[in-house]
Write a protein that binds this ligand. Structure first.
Ligand code: HPA
Length: 283
C-alpha cells in the first residue's frame, strides 16, 4: 500500500478487528479526535488499551511536532470512549482517504457519535487566543473532498450536509461549557489545505464569506463521518488571531504553545461533556 493513499475496505476491516480485540467488554459509542491543544485529555481517560497508530493497519503516523499518534480505548467520566490522540493531516501530503481512514474504522467499530477537536486561527474579532469555538457549520476550502471517487457501491456519495454538526451534541457541549465556566463561542470553521498559513487578504475574504475561524483539518473527517451516519460535533481551540489581525507573525510553535496553555481547560470541558453525554445516552 502506498503510504500516501491509505484506506480501503479490507484495511478498514483489519484495523477494526485489531481494535475490537482490545476493547475487552467495552462498547464505545462515542469517539473523540484530539487535535493540538486537546492532547492532555488523554490524562483524564481511564485507559483500558493503548495502540500506537503505527501498529494499526492503514493508520499513518504524523511527522508533525505536537501531533503524536495513538488510539486509546477506555472511559472518560465513566463513559466508554475511543480516543484518537493525534490526526494525520492533508498538508502532510496524505490522500483524503488516508486522512479519513480512522473515521471509517470508528464507523466499522459501531461508533455513533464523534467529537472532533482542533486548533484554529480566530477570524471573528470577538475571539481571543485560548478561547474555544463550537462548530455550527463549515466552509470547505481544502480544494478536495474525501468522498470524491468513493468506492462504496452500497452508499451514495451525494450526502446531505445541511446539518453537518449535530444539534443535540452541541447542546450537551454548551451545557458542559456553562457549568465549567469555559468560554465557548459558536461559529463557522473554514478549512484550508495548508501547510502555509493564510495571507491577510485571504483572511479578509474568509471573514466576508462568514468564517469565524480557520484551520487545516476536521472537515474531511466530518464529511466521512456523516457519510457513515455518525453524528458529529467539533470544537476549536483558538490559538492565534488569523493572519493580518495582529501585528504578529504566525508560527506553528506559537500555535502549539497556546494550545498547551489551554489544555487544562479543554480537559475540563471534554470530561464534563462526556459526563453529560453518558446521561443522555443512558438516562
Ligand atoms: N490558520 C490555519 N490553521 C491554523 C491557524 C491559522 O491561523 N491556527 C491554528 N491552526
Amino acid at each position: 500500500m502506498n503510504s500516501k493513499t491509505g484506506s480501503n475496505p479490507g484495511t478498514v476491516r483489519e484495523a477494526a478487528t485489531a481494535i475490537r480485540r482490545k476493547l475487552q467488554s467495552l462498547k464505545p459509542r462515542l469517539a473523540i479526535v484530539l487535535g493540538s491543544g486537546f492532547k492532555a485529555a488523554t490524562d483524564a481517560v481511564e485507559i483500558v488499551s493503548r495502540m500506537p497508530y503505527r501498529t494499526l493497519p492503514g493508520f499513518q503516523t504524523s511527522g508533525v511536532p505536537g501531533h503524536g499518534g495513538e488510539l486509546l480505548v477506555g472511559r472518560l467520566s465513566g463513559v466508554p470512549v475511543i480516543v484518537c490522540s493525534g490526526r494525520i493531516h492533508y498538508y502532510e501530503g496524505h490522500s483524503m482517504e488516508t486522512v479519513t481512514h480512522p473515521v471509517r474504522v470508528l464507523a466499522a467499530l459501531g461508533v455513533q457519535d464523534l467529537l472532533l477537536t482542533n486548533a484554529a486561527g480566530g477570524i471573528n474579532s470577538n475571539y481571543r487566543p485560548g478561547e474555544f469555538m463550537l462548530l455550527t457549520d463549515h466552509l470547505n476550502f481544502m480544494g478536495d473532498n474525501p468522498l470524491r471517487g468513493s468506492r462504496t457501491a452500497s452508499s451514495s456519495p451525494f450526502i446531505d450536509l445541511s446539518k453537518a454538526y449535530d444539534g443535540d451534541l452541541n447542546k450537551t457541549i454548551q451545557r458542559a461549557a456553562r457549568t465549567t465556566r469555559v468560554k465557548l463561542h459558536r461559529g463557522i470553521y473554514l478549512a484550508v489545505s495548508g501547510p502555509s498559513y493564510e495571507t491577510p487578504a485571504e483572511i479578509r475574504a474568509f471573514r466576508k464569506l462568514g468564517a469565524d475561524a480557520v484551520g487545516m483539518s476536521t472537515v474531511p473527517e466530518t464529511i466521512v463521518a456523516r457519510a457513515c451516519g455518525i453524528r458529529v460535533a467539533g470544537i476549536s481551540c483558538i490559538t492565534n488571531p488569523a493572519a493580518g489581525l495582529s501585528g504578529d507573525k504566525l508560527s506553528h510553535d506559537d500555535v502549539l504553545k497556546v494550545g498547551s496553555q489551554s489544555t487544562q481547560t479543554a480537559v475540563k470541558l471534554l470530561s464534563r461533556f462526556a459526563e453529560y453525554y453518558g446521561d443522555t445516552v443512558t438516562g
